[in-house]
Design a protein. Structure first.
Ligand SMILES: [Zn+2]
Length: 129
């Protein structure tokens, strides 16, 4: 397969690897798009440009994933709505999972994990210090 055919998901992860969080913006309808894809889900255009979002967003929904004894601390799984209007599944770090609240302001950050770079969010503002 030619590199271009490997698709937008690969472009997204290659950017994360370099420390850049990118989302797409459609030239047809000017809306932002996430998860990375080839065709705009709003208007069907295939002219999607990569842009760097502000990284700011708010918690849209949040869940605490409780892990069994011995398998590690509870995890937070949150749906984050970015200022650009797209929502993505991630997690909020540096705050106890059960303290993550809907509407909480968060900022994107790229965490290094054993399986590669991962997009996570940290609380924004004074409560995140
Ligand atoms: Zn579009």
């Amino acid at each position: 397969m030619a590199d271009g055919e490997l698709g937008p998901e690969r472009t997204y992860f290659a950017a994360l690897q370099r420390g850049d969080f990118l989302i797409q913006k459609c030239r047809g309808c000017m809306r932002h798009v996430f998860y990375p894809r080839v065709v705009c889900p709003h208007c069907g255009s295939d002219t999607l440009d990569w842009i760097k979002p502000s990284g700011r967003g708010a918690v849209y929904s949040t869940t605490v994933v409780r892990r069994g004894r011995g398998s590690g601390p509870d995890l937070n799984v949150a749906l984050i709505e970015l200022e650009e209007g797209v929502r993505l599944m991630s997690r909020v770090e540096n705050v106890p999972p059960s303290d993550v609240r809907i509407g909480m302001k968060v900022v994107a950050s790229i965490a290094a994990t054993a399986s590669g770079p991962l997009l996570v969010f940290n609380p924004a503002g004074p409560c995140g210090e």
